[in-house]
Design a protein around this ligand. Structure first.
Ligand SMILES: Cc1ncc(COP(=O)(O)O)c(C=O)c1O
Length: 373
């Protein structure tokens, strides 16, 4: 029997409807969307249809969506693009200490180029205080980039409030929504953002595809120059097969949102309640108690090392800290920023549920944990 998959924040399986939508473009329709003949038109229609599906999930127009090679590329496009495009205005960025490496590391790179970056602290739940954002803005600030949902602990940031502050001060606003898309509403106008990044493989599309929302009228120098693909914002012949996949995945995700709010949340809450019932204060739940992704349960198991606990549980596929930078026992930078004591944070395990998680799996997972902890 394959392990119970509780690592949906690391990646999701490809939804069968997504695989089915991709198939004709693998098997038959090989045209280049730039070609003027029928093969080209078929491919172009597919890409533009997919763009509309992505836009549908984000509540924007399809001209505001570009396809990218994933969440990391979307983030890099915004950070480097804004710094370059608005260099005459200023050279200061604001982000948070709990961002994914796909934000932190481009920021570090930009610091080496002379850009000033403020990494805002978070509270014990992992949340940024909008007042801290307000205080950090200077006349040199060109961009605020704060993630929508944290990949490790699932805490949701007050993006709409931060966006209002950004707008009042004439600063552009980006959110990395790789973890929130498909799990909670991610409507760009409700969030008030100018840029929003998504990653296909977190929303039941394949790895290596993503999208970036760029608010209409906002100038942004591309990361990849070349021919005029993606409205001149990202050159390279379109990845028709994967664009179609992401489009379908967004359509399915939109229909599936209520299930995340109810069924997935209920299963996560059941999981949490069962762990607390069995282990009492030997377990500590991380992240915000309410403002948290409905699928994420991040727990410190007292007195053990998370990785060692999972080694005893080959029947469970979960993560210590974050799967994107696993393999080391040091406390994750997210838990460090949340000021989780290291003897506690060492026992951290992230369980993330998804579309195919069942009650039976959760019950089995709890029983398995009880056997070894
Ligand atoms: C919050 C967040 N941003 C960005 C990424 C990177 O996305 P991708 O793997 O598509 O480059 C991830 C994936 O782990 C993520 O969790």
């Amino acid at each position: 029997m394959s392990p119970i998959y509780l690592d949906y924040n690391a990646t999701t399986p490809v939804d069968p409807a997504v695989a089915e939508a991709m198939h004709p473009y693998i098997a038959m329709h090989y045209g280049n969307p730039s070609s003027a003949h029928a093969h080209g038109r078929t491919a172009k229609d597919a890409v533009e249809g997919a763009r509309r599906q992505v836009a549908g999930l984000l509540g924007c127009t399809s001209e505001e969506i570009i396809f990218t090679g994933g969440g990391s590329e979307s983030n890099n496009t915004v950070l480097k693009g804004v710094v370059y495009t608005y260099r005459h205005r200023g050279n200061h960025l604001i982000t948070s200490a709990v961002e994914h490496p796909a934000i932190i590391n481009p920021c570090r790179f930009l610091e080496q180029q002379g850009v000033r970056v403020t990494y805002l602290p978070v509270d014990r739940t992992g949340m940024v205080d909008p007042d801290e954002v307000r205080k950090a803005i200077t006349p040199q600030t060109v961009l605020i980039s704060i993630m929508h949902a944290n990949n490790e602990v699932g805490t949701l940031q007050p993006i709409a409030e931060i966006s209002r502050i950004a707008r009042e001060r004439g600063v552009l606003m980006h959110t990395d929504a790789a973890q929130s898309v498909g799990k909670i509403p991610t409507l760009v106008d409700e969030l008030g953002v100018d840029f929003l990044s998504i990653a296909g493989h977190k929303v039941y599309a394949p790895k290596g595809i993503g999208a970036l929302y760029i608010r209409s009228g906002v100038a942004l120098e591309p990361l990849i120059h070349g021919a005029g693909h993606e409205f001149g914002r990202r050159a390279g012949t379109e990845n028709v097969i994967f664009d179609v996949a992401l489009g379908k995945a967004c359509e399915v995700a939109q229909a599936d949102l209520p299930r995340y709010q109810r069924e997935v949340r209920q299963l996560r809450d059941l999981f949490q309640a069962e762990l607390v019932k069995r282990f009492g204060d030997r377990v500590v739940v991380n992240g915000h108690p309410e403002q948290r992704l409905p699928n994420t349960l991040h727990v410190n198991f007292r007195g053990v090392i998370g990785a060692e606990l999972l080694e005893k549980l080959p029947e469970l596929a979960a993560s210590t800290g974050s799967a994107c930078h696993a393999g080391e026992i040091a406390l994750s930078s997210v838990l460090e920023a949340m000021q989780v004591p290291s003897e506690l944070g060492m026992g951290a395990v992230r369980f993330s549920l998804g579309r195919y998680t069942t009650r039976e799996e959760i019950e089995r997972a709890v029983a398995l944990i009880e056997r070894v902890y």
